[in-house]
Design a protein around this ligand. Structure first.
Ligand code: NAD
Length: 417
């Protein structure tokens, strides 16, 4: 899996250099965009179930707020570090701009292994981390959301802790909350649906039907699992899916409903006799129409890119492909729907949730889905148009669109003083 040597922040900065060739933006401004705006690092104690006190390290990084409040998920993972969070925050800035919603970019994370913790320990970590970073959070300042190994329950604890500090309920401080606490209908499924909507647009552009299309998905969580469900419903054949322990493969198509039920009940994938077990490395190299990396960064690198046999890569995960791998895939003619476009459904419906919270309104699921589809299709079209007009890959085109919008916002606001 991850080589452990590739620094996502360096990748994210390199992407700015690549896109800058097609942007008419002053070099000082580009340099500003290569830096984050604000970084908070906290070390905090948590009392574990054993009575022992352990110290955890957490981060909240705001990359840019020129177009609106900082927005981005919180990740719980043993490998979280400052540079990873910086890169993820930067990608959030471009992503919000690509889908043209009025948010900036942020990200957060706590270095921990949630698989080894009880619910109570997770709650204690979440509440203390929220308290530590609360000085920069708020519906007008910085709004967290779920990411790897965090979920609506974690968002509920963040919202409750922040509300206790304020003395009144502040639902707009997080998105991806449970519906009962002001979460939006359709938010839980939004990222996976967005991956499917943009994949459908790519298939349409390539004049290929979705029925029977072979789909391979790495990661079986919020993004990968939901994408699998919707591809399956649309008549595509999901031939492989994995989690952190490895994957299942059946060239005739997997029984996705059974696999997802099993994953939610037992937190693992269980192999049946018609299926084959495969490693995450093997899964990425399967021949397919659509490959959806939906786990972590740096999965497709210069080491395995030449062996990728997908026609389309729809990046559910953030940063799954390195710039070196991009070059190899572009030469092979693989159509890449880049992360800042493909997985932007999550931040889009997070924006809807925030709007509903501020206005104290509740939209129907149909309304959410209809607006999400419209925004994802429009954004895909805008990126594709730039890609075709400038003869550049889809990732560069998306960066040109996103960075261009952010740079223009900064130019219009001016540099203070
Ligand atoms: P999740 O915690 O719900 O699921 C993560 C999945 O990845 C799990 O199935 C896990 O088993 C698997 N996984 C973990 N390590 C792995 C490894 N080394 N190899 C293979 N699989 C592994 O997280 P998620 O919310 O689905 O996030 C997945 C990716 O999508 C991340 O890159 C995240 O930043 C990105 N993303 C998420 C959202 C969102 O709304 N949740 C939005 C945009 C982007």
């Amino acid at each position: 899996m991850s080589s452990g040597k590739i620094n996502p922040y360096e990748v994210a900065r390199k992407q700015i250099d690549i896109a800058s060739k097609y942007l008419n933006v002053e070099s000082g401004l580009l340099e500003r965009l290569k830096h984050t705006k604000r970084e908070v690092i906290v070390h905090f104690p948590v009392k574990m179930d054993s009575g022992e006190v352990r110290i955890f390290t957490g981060y909240r990084v705001q990359h840019d707020v020129s177009r609106g409040p900082a927005k981005g998920g919180i990740r719980y993972h043993p490998d979280v570090d400052l540079d990873e969070v910086r890169a993820l925050a930067m990608w959030m800035t471009w992503k919000s701009a690509v889908v043209n919603i009025p948010f900036g970019g942020a990200k957060g994370g706590v270095q921990c292994n949630p698989k080894e913790m009880s619910i109570r320990e997770l709650e204690n970590i979440t509440r203390r981390f929220t308290w530590e970073i609360s000085i920069i959070l708020g519906p007008e300042q910085d709004i967290p959301a779920p990411d790897v190994y965090t979920n609506p329950q974690v968002m509920a604890w963040i919202m409750d802790t922040f509300s206790i500090l304020k003395g009144y309920s502040v639902p707009g401080v997080v998105t991806g909350k449970p519906i009962e606490l002001g979460g939006s209908l359709g938010r839980y499924e939004a990222t996976g649906r967005g991956v499917v909507i943009t994949s459908l647009e790519a298939l349409k552009y390539m004049k290929k039907p979705v029925e029977g299309a072979k789909v391979v998905i790495q990661g079986c969580g919020n993004v990968g699992g939901i994408a699998a469900k919707h591809f399956d419903r649309l008549g595509a054949k999901v031939i492989a899916i994995s989690d952190s322990r490895g994957g299942l493969y059946n060239e005739n198509g997997l029984d996705i409903k059974r696999i997802l039920d099993c994953k939610s009940q037992y937190q693992c994938l269980i192999c049946e006799k018609e299926e084959e077990e495969i490693t995450n490395e093997e899964l990425l190299e399967l021949e397919c129409d659509i490959l959806v990396p939906a786990a972590l960064e740096n999965q497709i690198t210069e080491k395995n890119a030449s062996r990728i046999r997908a026609k389309i890569i729809a990046e559910g995960a953030n940063g799954p492909t390195t710039p070196e791998a991009d070059e190899i895939l572009n030469d092979k003619g693989v159509f890449i729907i880049p992360d800042i476009l493909a997985n932007a459904g999550g931040v889009t419906v997070s924006y809807f949730e925030w709007v509903q919270n501020l206005q104290e309104l509740i939209w129907s699921e149909e309304e959410v889905l209809e607006r999400l589809t419209r925004i994802m299709q429009r954004s895909f079209r805008e990126v594709l148009e730039i890609s075709l007009a400038k003869k550049i890959p889809m990732r560069t085109a998306a960066l040109v669109l996103g960075i261009g919008r952010v740079a223009e916002a900064i130019r219009l606001r001016g540099i203070y003083p």
